[in-house]
Each structure stands twice: as structure tokens, then as C-alpha cells.
Design a protein around this ligand. Sequence first.
Ligand code: SF4
Length: 442
Amino acid sequence: MNSYYLWTIGCQMNTADSDRLGAALEELGVQQVEKAADADVIVLNSCVVRQGAEDKVVSNLAWMAPLKKEQPERIVALMGCMVGPKSDELAKRFPYVDVFMRPQQFEPLLEMVGERLGVDWEGCIGPLAPNRPDISCHVPIIHGCDLMCTFCIIPYRRGRQVSRPVEEVALEVETLAARGVKEVTLLGQTVDAYGYDLPGQPNLVDLFTRLDRVEGIERIRFLTSHPKFMTQDIIQAVADVPKVCEHINLPVQAGDDGILDEMRRQYSRADYIKLVGRIRETMPDVALNTDIIVGFPGETEERFQQTMDLLAELRLDKVHCAAYSTRPGTIAFRTMDDAVPEDEKTTRRQRIDQQQEEIQTEINGKLVGTYVEVLVEGRRKGKWQGRTRSHKLVFFEDEANHLGSLVQVKIERSSPWSLSGTLAVEAKLLNPVSPEINRGED
Ligand code: SF4
């Protein structure tokens, strides 16, 4: 039992879970391999947020059957949001899968591997943090969600909100900093509701302040927020806490009040506009991203136009737009008719993307001629790449090794998706990058 293969699909939370499971297996002496056929332990980390994602998981699972047949002692595991509270149905459908694990529930697999290796896994594994992290690393701070948006499967799969204690998160971030990480992104489904369930109710501001003191970490980001929990204290802390970047991911999902009601988002169009106004009043140069679902049951052309108009009015930095995909078990699946034709959903998504491309062209165009601070994360096509504090992607060319450095770049060209320019001065040469760091070379 020497090798493992990990396949991951879905959100940053899934990627973070896979990194931590990989770290645990490596602490048991099991090494990562690139191909499933070469592995003694195969783990598929699944996502079912949309039908397309679920289909990919099912087709990959089918590949595992012959691999299990050829080597019966091989362990095949399915993890993530495809695994609900009851996995009997899944066990019938995929009899060659040995272990089913809900999101973040690594124990059943570690137990099985420990038994095979004849070791007590609990005695072998310390606080989980990726062993070979990138310069920028995701850190889950909340698991699950207490809201029940009618289109969403996540509360059924990840359960109720559970926040990790401040010092537990701080210990993980200190471990990552020691491994060369310069930026952490704090993850949660409603990350701004952090701490509500903890004794003494520390909140996101308390966590920002604690992590701001971690040496070696230069930047802190957080996602995904929910308008209901975005308090003025959090907004002010984003402005004031030095390492917290002025970049907020704030899904609105739709621009029509009727649709927002049926989604049970717990805010109105006017509430959202006011909130964006408060954020921009506090930080005029803040970058705001949002998520949109098009084609939700009952979305007429008039209601869709409300979404287009809202985005045209707010001119946000980035919009992630997805077509509504009905999820078995959700309130919308049980009570609403998914009547908007798929091709109409596609057309609406394209209309939003096109409008947003024009907005981003203008927003990024304004940065030409300015100097921006960039945290260099790696190389792509022979150029260094990194991000500004407002999460803009920047490319520049230079001979020297800038990986993990904060540099000043003079922006000379822009597109809706990225910026490019020339290195101004080395603003601050951070500690040399430690060997563990993933060099991100293309
Ligand atoms: S806030 Fe709504 S959309 Fe987000 S995870 Fe919770 S239930 Fe799902």
C-alpha cells in the first residue's frame, strides 16, 4: 500500500479537502502518483452542484471498475458532495467502491489504509496542511451552511455550519507560512458568517486580526460571502487590516426580487445595491465579484432583464454566470418546474458574459499606465504571472526568479481577463522560496 491517486472536481473547498487528504496519506507514507492504474489507493473527490459535474464523476467512476477487478486489494474511495448521509444507494450502484466519505470526512479511508499498513493512523497524523503548497493556498474555515437556498444541494451534502476555532486556523496558516506560502484564501460557503456557531462567537474580523500577525503571510483573501452576513465591521476590517485584500466575492445570483424570493436568498435587489454602495463608500477601489444563475424556474425575459440591468448599473469586476441545473432533493427540485429551455439558458448566459466583457474591458483599461503590486505565483508561457490585491491577473517578463515575490509592475496592456506590463522595481524581495513550494512552471 505505497501509492495514491487523487482526482478532484468542483470548488476550491474540494481542492482544499483533497490537498489535506493527500497530506494525511503522505504522513502514513503513501506517495502520490499521476495515474490511477499505478495507485494502490484511488480517491475520487466529487461535486454534484450541477448535472454536468455529476456526469463527469459517474463516467470516471466507471473507469475504476476494471482497475479494481485487475487488482482486488486496491482501495477505491468516493468522497465529496456526491456522498450524502445515506450511501446505500451509491454502494448498490458502484459495488466496486470500498469506502464512501462525505466532504471532509477522511477517517473511514485513513482507518482502512492504517489497517492495511498495520499502523494506528490517528497516532501518525498531525494538523493537516498541504505538504507541497502553492504560493497562494486555500484554507477552509467553515464547513457546511445554515442557509437553505432553494436551488442548492450543499446543505444536504456538507451539513450545517461548523466553524474551525481561530487558533486551529492560525496554526494551519503558520504551518503553511513555514512551507513558503505567501497568501491564504479563507474558504466557506458563507465565509462572512464565520464564528456564529463558536463559543464566544469570534467573527471574521477577529480571524483577520489574528492571521494578520502571522509572519511570512503577505496577503489574506476570503470567499464566498453572503450579503446577509456582510456587516459594516467586516467591510471596515477589509479596508483597515493591512494584509486583507480589497477584493470581495459577493454572489447576488439574480436581479429580480421575485426570483430572489423563490431562491430564498433573504435579501432584495435594493438591499444588494445598498450593500455594494456601503462597500464602495468604505473602499472606492475595492474589487467586487459576483455569481449569477440564469434560467431559474419562473425566470421570464422581463425578470432576466432585471439581472442584466442590475449588472449594467453596478459594473462589477467579475461575474461567474451559470445556467440553473435542477438538483434532486433540493426545494426547487421538489416544488418548481425547470421550464426555461436549455438553449434559452445558454443564450442568457452568453448575453451576461458579453455585457460583462465590455464592462471588464473598461475597468481593466483604466489600469493602463498605472503601477500595481503583484504577488508572483508562477510562470505561464515563459512569462511570470501573479495577482494584484484586487485579484487582477498580471503577466510580465523578466530573467530573474520572482516566484513568491511582491513586485511593482507598470501596466501597459489590458484585456477583459488580464493585464500585462513591465517590472518597475522589486518592491520587496520576500524570504527565498522554500524547496517545498510548488514552482508552478508551465
Ligand atoms: S448560501 Fe445558499 S447557495 Fe450558498 S452554500 Fe448555502 S445554501 Fe448553498
